[in-house]
Design a protein around this ligand. Structure first.
Ligand code: UT7
Length: 327
């Protein structure tokens, strides 16, 4: 049976770090509140010249290097992002130019914090369709550019980063992506959205003044939906593969809030020791959070060949999804 196998991983984040103490000087908040309510201690924030595509490029080059694959052999590039460099061209096309992947076609997937899991699911289908194809799957965000730095409800949460995997369509074997599971519920879009910048509310001086190009979230409502949806889709993925929670070596959920991760892990009966957590150092990096965590776990040797890895994402839309990989 054909399978998509991850041959390499990479990640990048700006060198500038914004701590909770720094935020205490910007909005009415405290390190204690942010740590206990979210688990975030610091986040990386882009400086001049750093863009979503530049971080995506760095992460991609690392993934290619680990895989031992040349950019010229890449067939497809797909980027999950909600903070592209521009609305046109797509971020994937800029990565294609930057790395010199001349024969690749490129596009973005717009699914908020589920962007990477959505992109991986799409790439999985392409990879199995064209065996031996090489696909870069990226999650990349500069959330700092769409964060309202006067809104303490959201600005303490987000950070900038990118993560990438190099996927290969292998003719057979028991390694690789075992299944992907995606869901959406557009009826709840208002709970987590960016009001301005699209055709409904185009850019204007008024929009800029109200900072309506920034993320708006009803946090505690989103929290409840996130816990329920992440749990349900992960259970569906486990059931589809006849796995029990004990079969999962690493659970890598979207890093939105440590309390969400703990509640989901508890409901899934996966011990916290098998949950990969790095929200303390990155904050919520939306599409980038899962590939950044996956890359860290891989490079630290935490994930071993043959391990079962469960990815689980939830974001605006609402969108959510899970992927099971045998490493
Ligand atoms: O990535 C996509 C999916 N996103 C998520 O899954 C995020 C889901 N939501 C969350 O993670 C949490 O809801 C938040 C971290 C956003 C907020 O935590 P919460 O425990 O739900 O807090 P809350 O919004 O219910 O607010 C509790 C209190 C309020 O004060 P009062 O009304 O009780 O006096 C807020 O005004 O905490 C206050 N508060 C803050 N206090 C200090 C809100 N933000 C802050 C802050 N610092 N930064």
């Amino acid at each position: 049976m054909a399978r998509s196998v991850i041959l390499g991983t990479g990640a990048a984040a700006p060198s500038k770090i914004l701590t909770n103490q720094d935020l205490e000087r910007i909005v009415d908040t405290s390190d204690e509140w942010i740590c206990t309510r979210t688990g975030v201690k610091q986040r990386h924030i882009a400086e001049d010249g750093e863009t979503t595509s530049s971080l995506a490029t760095e992460a991609s080059l690392q993934a290619l290097e680990m895989a031992g694959v040349s950019p010229e052999d890449v067939d497809m590039i797909v980027v999950g992002t909600t903070s592209p460099d521009m609305y046109m061209p797509n971020t994937g096309a800029l990565v294609q130019k930057n790395i010199g992947a001349h024969k690749a076609f490129a596009f973005d997937v717009f699914a908020a914090c589920s962007g990477f899991v959505y992109a991986l699911s799409v790439a999985d289908k392409f990879a199995k369709d064209k065996l031996n194809s090489k696909i870069l799957v990226i999650g990349a965000e500069l959330l700092s550019t769409i964060t309202d730095w006067q809104d303490r409800n959201t600005c303490v949460l987000f950070g900038d980063a990118a993560g990438a995997v190099l996927l290969s369509g292998e003719p057979k074997g028991d390694r690789g992506i075992l299944s992907t599971h995606l869901r959406s519920d557009g009826s709840l879009w208002e709970l987590l959205h960016i009001p301005g910048g699209g055709c409904v509310y185009p850019p204007s001086a008024e929009m800029a003044e109200k900072r309506d190009y920034c993320i708006r979230m009803q946090g505690n409502e989103v929290f409840k939906h996130a816990v329920r949806s992440l749990t349900d889709i992960a259970k569906e993925a486990l059931k589809a593969n006849h796995f029990s929670p004990d079969d999962v070596d690493w659970f890598i959920p979207h890093q939105a809030n440590i309390r969400i991760m703990k509640q989901v892990a508890e409901r899934l009966e996966i011990p916290i020791e098998r949950v990969y957590v790095n929200i303390d150092r990155y904050g919520n990096t939306s599409s980038a959070s899962i590939p950044v965590a996956l890359n860290e776990a891989n490079r630290l040797g935490r994930i071993k060949r043959g391990d079962v890895v469960l990815l689980d994402a939830f974001g605006g839309g609402f969108t959510w999804g899970a992927v099971i990989i045998r490493w």
